[in-house]
Design a protein around this ligand. Sequence first.
Ligand code: SAM
Length: 211
Amino acid sequence: MMDVSQYINDLYVKGHDNFYQMVSHSLTINHMPNISVSPETGKLLYLLVKIANATNVLEIGALGGYSGIWLCKALPDDGKLTSLELNKDYANVAKNNIEKAGYGKKVTYHIGPALETLKQFIKQKRKFDFFFIDADKENYKLYLEYSIQLAKKGALITADNVLWKGKVTDKNNQENNTIFLREFNEFVAKHSKLESVIVPIGDGLTIARVL
Ligand code: SAM
């Protein structure tokens, strides 16, 4: 039987995504891990930015810029993507790919541990209307808390990999990242400032609205 991801991709992503191959190739030649969002998750992020009429997006975890391209593509001409990345070389690859995609003017990269950058943004009283969390799993809860502090009312906060290939549902799986993501999901579900759900697309995407 055909894989459901393939089915969704064939119907809704092919023809709207010219950049997956380009970014994947850049990851390979730069010896970077191939852990971009799935194309269908990219398409969902794109739609969510459009539906929310977001203009100021914060991404945590850039890698080679694949999710960044989808986020930029959804933004209006004067929209901005701020992307946080620990690894300077990765951020350079992402920047190069976003420029090739034609969105170089929309994006600013901040290099370093995202928690430090987020703390600076909070001090500077910056505000965003859309968040995409996709970096180290151990800090997901803190990324969420900081994102809420940086969020305009009604902002959307999304996070990738929250099903961790289904491992979060297996109580016998006690790997560190599985535990971090299971705790993150429980934290989001009970959070008094959020209304949320997980969409089982790609590796699982949290969608939360800030009250
Ligand atoms: N969002 C990207 C995409 O779909 O194209 C994929 C991001 S990849 C899953 C995770 C990224 O988070 C890596 O590039 C990694 O270097 C970065 N990262 C890991 N720990 C970080 C930290 N503490 N601060 C900022 N970035 C971090």
